[in-house]
Design a protein around this ligand. Structure first.
Ligand SMILES: Nc1ncnc2c1ncn2[C@@H]1O[C@H](COP(=O)(O)OP(=O)(O)OP(=O)(O)O)[C@@H](O)[C@H]1O
Ligand SMILES: [Mg+2]
Length: 541
């Protein structure tokens, strides 16, 4: 066959076809995992939608086993959010790379525009059935079936019914059948996923109905939504040449490059424009942004890196919060020691804000529950149950020098570590969104946060160990007082009771002093320090 014939095979394909062939990249590997991934995608959408609409989330998840032998299930997931308008329902649930989140710099659970359509796809591929959606949006209740045209990556929508919604009805219900999945109550199953979701989202109420009809309620423990993260503009330091050109081409409003830069990116003030002007004598900052050339954009991006910027606004990030992590951890484990960090936001890739919160629980209920070296990973409050091997969080925990913190063997001790990474864009390793990629700045901050919490645990453990040593020594020495007082009394003629009293006083004072020294050492603890400035302090106005 001549060489050029191969191009007769040349074809274009859509993203839907790509993921049809590579569903493992979306997390669909293994039956139990696939079931959890579906629940994860739909529930995260519900939580995002409720929070954006300012509604306290009420999520209902029902798993029905339709045929045990064929491992055929139906999943019904209902929320009380705002629903999806008829005009967007098909695209939202049946088109990949479509949604309200990908293009925004906003802390949300979803960020790709793939998750819902991936579930619709998986249902279709394993059962040949479309997915059913009931959406109550602005008083209208729409029931539709949604499939996917894989070749075009387009939804196939069939409206079944549209009626006026009843009083109080709201939200989206996703009803879909699946094979090649299995329901199991394991560490990787739906139950554990929802339990952890409830832990990190105390404002959320979840009900789960398992296949045998067993109903579990994860009630909300706070009755207010977390404060809404603010949407931010991209920071100049996180922008590449191509991004800049794309923003410039899309711009329809600003006629001057200088005002476009100020409007489009965060922290670009008139003063910064002057600095850029001085650095770029050959770029006309009054020109129309639409006419920006690649070379000019490249020069601008280079100049961005030479200017000192104030870091991105940090109110774009909303953590679970120290108090809430403490309450949740106590509810689950009631540990002997509990330390939760409260750290300030940082940035990675120059301009993307992120924050890490860590809670460490040790002993007490952790030991009673038989947990050892338990790691609970979260990203924007979403539990990450899979791909722990390639995750920056697990890697960091593995490489920690735990002995330094009086934890002899992490895997064998009653310790549970919760890490929640919050960002306007979580750097996941893949479209399956189960592991955080090892970005250097992110890894560093995870490490510093864990070190900070570990120091608190260490203080407690070393104090406890030393107190135990002192008590043992005191007990041993006290045993000799009786004998020694008798002997000294016969040698000196003094009363035995007086000698005994004096010796007891000496021993008490000595060990009371040692006890105090232990407390003082525990107060100072070993030095860790993060050696990095907080985002708030970086740069200048
Ligand atoms: N329960 C829901 N209520 C309201 N809107 C929803 C709901 N579920 C999905 N949507 C809309 O559908 C869009 C597509 O959802 P999808 O899960 O595919 O992507 P995403 O959540 O934006 O990102 P990701 O792929 O990371 O999950 C969302 O961006 C949102 O606008
Ligand atoms: Mg989603």
């Amino acid at each position: 066959m001549p060489d050029d014939d191969v191009f007769k095979q040349f074809k274009e394909h859509s993203i839907a076809e790509f993921f049809k062939k590579n569903r493992q990249m979306l997390g669909f590997t293994g039956k139990v995992r696939s079931m959890t991934i579906i629940v994860h995608e739909i529930v995260t959408n519900s939580l995002d939608a409720c929070e954006e609409a300012g509604v306290l989330p009420d999520i209902f998840v029902q798993v029905d086993e339709l045929d045990k032998e064929k491992e055929h299930y139906r999943l019904t997931i209902k929320d009380n959010g705002p629903g999806i308008p008829r005009s967007h329902l098909g695209k939202a649930l049946g088109q990949m790379l479509a949604g309200t989140k990908f293009h925004r710099y906003l802390q949300q659970r979803g960020q790709q525009g793939i998750g819902a359509a991936a579930c619709t796809m998986f249902s279709y591929l394993t059962t040949g059935q479309p997915t059913k959606a009931v959406s109550v949006y602005k008083g209208k209740k729409l029931t539709a079936s949604i499939g996917i045209d894989f070749k075009q990556n387009k939804p196939v929508v069939e409206v079944i019914e549209e009626v006026d919604a009843s009083e109080g009805e709201s939200g989206l219900t996703f009803i879909s059948e699946f094979k090649d999945v299995r329901y199991e109550r394991s560490n990787y199953g739906v139950y554990e996923y929802l339990r952890r979701t409830a832990l990190a989202n105390p404002h959320c109420a979840i009900t789960l109905i398992e296949p045998e009809g067993r109903s579990t309620a994860f009630p909300r423990s706070v009755i207010v939504n977390p404060s809404k993260p603010t949407e931010i503009k991209p920071h100049p330091l996180g922008i590449g040449t191509h991004d800049l050109l794309e923003f410039a081409r899309q711009n329809r409003e600003k006629r001057r490059l200088s005002s476009f830069l100020q409007e489009t990116f965060s922290r670009v003030s008139a003063g910064k424009i002057d600095e850029l002007r001085a650095l770029l004598p050959n770029v006309d900052l009054n020109k129309n942004p639409q006419d920006l050339s690649w070379e000019e954009a490249e020069a601008l991006v280079k100049a961005f890196s030479q200017v000192k910027w104030i870091a991105p606004a940090t109110d774009s990030l909303v953590p679970i919060g120290k108090d809430q992590v403490e309450v949740s951890f106590r509810n689950i484990f009631n540990p002997e020691v509990l330390v939760v960090t409260e750290r300030s936001p940082k940035v990675y890739r120059g301009g993307i804000p992120f924050m890490v919160e860590v809670g460490i629980a040790y002993g007490g209920g952790v030991a009673e529950a038989g947990k050892k070296g338990e790691v609970m990973r979260f990203a924007n409050r979403v539990p990450l149950l899979f791909d722990s091997g390639g995750c920056a969080i697990t890697e960091t925990i593995k490489t920690m020098d735990w002995k330094r913190y009086d934890v002899k063997d992490f895997e064998e001790e009653p310790i549970a570590v919760l890490v929640n990474l919050i960002s306007v864009h979580v750097p996941y390793t893949s479209a399956g969104k189960q592991a955080v990629s090892p970005e250097e700045d992110v890894m560093d901050e995870i490490k510093f946060a864990i070190m900070e919490a570990s120091r608190g645990v260490q203080k407690y453990l070393s104090g406890k160990r030393k107190a135990h040593e002192i008590a043992t020594k005191k007990k041993v020495v006290s045993r000799y007082i009786q004998q020694l007082s008798g002997d000294l009394s016969s040698l000196t003629g003094e009363k035995k009771a007086d000698i005994e009293k004096a010796l007891t006083k000496i021993v008490e004072e000595k060990y009371a002093r040692e006890d105090m020294e232990v407390e003082e050492t525990a107060e100072t603890g070993p030095e860790t320090g993060n050696g990095k400035p907080d985002a708030d302090n970086e740069g200048e106005e």
